[in-house]
Structure formats: structure tokens, C-alpha cells
Design a protein around this ligand. Structure first.
Ligand code: HMG
Ligand code: MG
Length: 296
């Protein structure tokens, strides 16, 4: 039987949050509909954060309310605190994601608090989520390097990942936020994690600043990781990590996985249709190498 790899499409959130052009709710909905048509089943559609901090993600609650109804698709929203959680819950969201980092400086820049304080906020989110049967995913940023502190010790990452898992996150996504990692360091990181946690609760979230995302994913597959986050057309970056470019492109990830014999549920032609449309909407060339070759 072919083995399934779960792809979490984060383009509508991680991608669009850092694009120059802020899309309308209508344009964001069209993007998400295209992703659904292409067979993506896990889609992070936006963030309930301060619009002063991330204007591109304003009205994510309204967007959520207007999503096409599909019982087999997990649409999720990023929620840094109870205020964000309440906004998500009010529009019927059944999965939220909390996010912190393995670096104190990055946590401060990103969500304006310390790592410990971020966990205090998540405790409130978790209590409310449990009471309402809402699933919570966790993110840890800067799992290899931090733009402010440099190299981060794998033990520090494991501590934060475990803390999220122990508080009730069903899956923890490890963010290689600035894309500086190489496969040797990624191997060391997963080995440290896997000494304490099962692979099925771990996900890889690789940014592609230095073109290393795909080799880092290949390394992660070798270590037994089967969940990856990606953005169509390699959109975006992180507003609080200077110089960081977009996520690994979903098209490139699909190419790797399908050629390695993994099942993803994606329809290639429809994926490429979605890919072309979002690049046109954003008026910028795609960052996906697969898409560039496909269109040539
Ligand atoms: P703060 O200023 O510390 O919050 O911001 P506060 O509690 O002091 O409140 C200040 C104002 O924000 C108040 O409004 C609150 O109501 C409002 P005012 O009275 O000034 O009008 N506020 C909110 N508004 C909407 N939604 C909320 C919310 N909470 C408070 N949930 C806060 C704290 C977290 C809100 C802020 O720092 C923020 O929004 N940061 C943005 C974080 C973000 O979206 N970062 C990007 C996503 S993470 C990422 O990209 C990394 C990842 O991809 C993995 C990787 O690659 O590493 C996941
Ligand atoms: Mg990211």
C-alpha cells in the first residue's frame, strides 16, 4: 500500500501574511477554493491576530465564515491568545494553531511576550478548546537558527515542542523560519525530538530562503517525518524574520513526494491551475521551480 504524506497548505496564511499586495477576502476565498479543488485537505486559511501587526490577515474570521462547506477538509486559523481563539470559535472553526518559538528574542518580536508568557496565553486557549472540542496544533519557530540569536540548541527546541504536546496540541510543527538549515542539522534536530516523541505528532515547516527546503524535507522523510507544511507558489515569508522568504512550494513538495512513491491526494493539473491563478492575482512570478519548469 502506498504511504500517505500529509501536506498542510499554509499559503493563505503564511504565504499571504508577507506578500506586498494585501488580497481582498474575495480573492483569498478564490485562492482557497482552488486549493480545495486541487485536493488539499488541510488548509490554514488565516490568522486571528492584530490587524495592526499583520494587516494582510485582517478579516480572517469573516473569510472563515464564507468558506465553502466541506466536511472532509480541515480548515484552520492561527490564534495567539484567547481573543484570537474566541474570534475563531465564533465563526465555527474546529481547528486552531498556537505559535511560539524556541528563541526568546523571536517570540518577543513576533507575539510581544516571552516563551513562558506565550504558554500562559496558550493555557487559556487550550482550556477553552478542550471544552468545545476544538483541535489545537502547535508551532515552534526558529528550530535551527534565529535571526536575532543565531543557532538554537536542539534540546531547547525539544523542550518547547514537548511542552506544547504535553499541554494538548495534537501535532507540533517545527518552523525552520529563516531557511538557513542544512540537512545535517535537520537530522540532529529530528533525532533529538524522536528520542522523546513519536514521529506521528511532528511536522516539518521549512522556509526556502537558501533553496534548502526540499533537501531538508528529504532528510526529514528519511528520519520518519510524514507531515509537512507548504505554500502554493512558495508564497510569503515571516514579517518578523528579516530576509526570510517563502515556504517550500507545494508544487515542489508534490514533485518530490509523488516521485518517491508517496500518496498526497493532490491532482497535479488542478494544482497548477491554482498555482498560475495565485501568481496572477499577486502579480508576481512564482517561486516554485516545478511551476517554472511546467510553464516553460
Ligand atoms: P500585544 O500588543 O502584545 O497585545 O500583541 P495586547 O494584548 O497588549 O493588545 C494590544 C491590542 O491588540 C489591543 O487592541 C488588543 O485588543 C489587540 P487595542 O486596544 O490596541 O485596539 N489584540 C488582538 N486583536 C486581534 N486579534 C487578537 C488580538 N490580541 C490582542 N488575537 C499579539 C499581541 C499576539 C496580538 C500581536 O503581537 C500580534 O498580532 N502579532 C502577530 C503575530 C503573527 O501573526 N505573526 C506571524 C505568524 S507566526 C509565523 O509566521 C511563524 C510560523 O509560520 C512558523 C515559522 O515559519 O517559524 C507559524
Ligand atoms: Mg512560517
Amino acid at each position: 500500500m502506498t504511504e500517505f504524506v500529509k501536506i498542510v497548505e499554509v499559503g493563505p496564511r503564511d504565504g499571504l501574511q508577507n506578500e506586498k499586495l494585501t488580497l481582498t477576502v474575495e480573492q483569498r476565498l478564490n485562492f482557497i477554493s482552488d486549493l480545495v479543488n486541487a485536493g488539499l485537505k488541510y488548509i490554514e486559511v488565516g490568522s486571528c491576530v492584530s490587524a495592526k501587526w499583520v494587516p494582510q490577515m485582517a478579516h480572517s474570521d469573516e473569510l472563515f465564515q464564507r468558506l465553502p462547506k466541506h466536511s472532509d477538509i480541515q480548515f484552520s486559523l492561527l490564534t495567539p491568545n484567547l481573543k484570537g481563539f474566541e474570534a475563531a470559535q465564533a465563526v465555527g472553526c474546529k481547528e486552531v494553531a498556537v505559535f511560539t518559538a524556541a528563541s526568546e528574542s523571536f517570540t518577543r518580536k513576533n507575539i510581544n511576550c516571552s516563551i513562558d508568557e506565550s504558554f500562559e496565553k496558550f493555557t487559556d486557549v487550550m482550556t477553552a478548546a478542550k471544552a468545545q472540542n476544538i483541535r489545537v496544533r502547535g508551532y515552534v519557530s526558529c528550530v535551527v537558527d534565529c535571526p536575532y540569536e543565531g543557532a538554537i540548541a536542539p534540546e531547547q527546541v525539544v523542550k518547547v515542542v514537548k511542552r506544547l504536546y504535553d499541554m494538548g496540541c495534537y501535532e507540533v510543527s517545527l518552523g525552520e523560519t529563516i531557511g538557513t538549515a542544512t540537512p545535517d542539522r535537520v537530522k540532529t534536530l529530528w533525532q533529538a525530538c524522536l528520542a522523546e516523541l513519536n514521529s506521528d505528532i511532528l511536522a516539518g515547516h521549512f522556509h526556502n530562503t537558501y533553496g534548502m527546503a526540499i533537501v531538508n524535507i528529504y532528510q526529514s522523510l528519511q528520519q520518519g517525518i510524514r507531515v509537512f507544511d507548504s505554500s502554493l507558489a512558495g508564497l510569503g515569508g515571516c514579517p518578523y524574520a528579516k530576509g526570510a522568504s517563502g515556504n517550500v512550494a507545494t508544487e515542489d513538495l508534490f514533485y518530490l513526494l509523488s516521485h518517491m512513491g508517496f500518496e498526497t491526494g493532490i491532482d497535479l493539473e488542478k494544482l497548477m491551475h491554482a498555482s498560475q491563478r495565485i501568481s496572477q492575482t499577486l502579480q508576481r512570478p512564482t517561486s516554485s521551480q516545478y511551476a517554472q519548469a511546467y510553464l516553460a
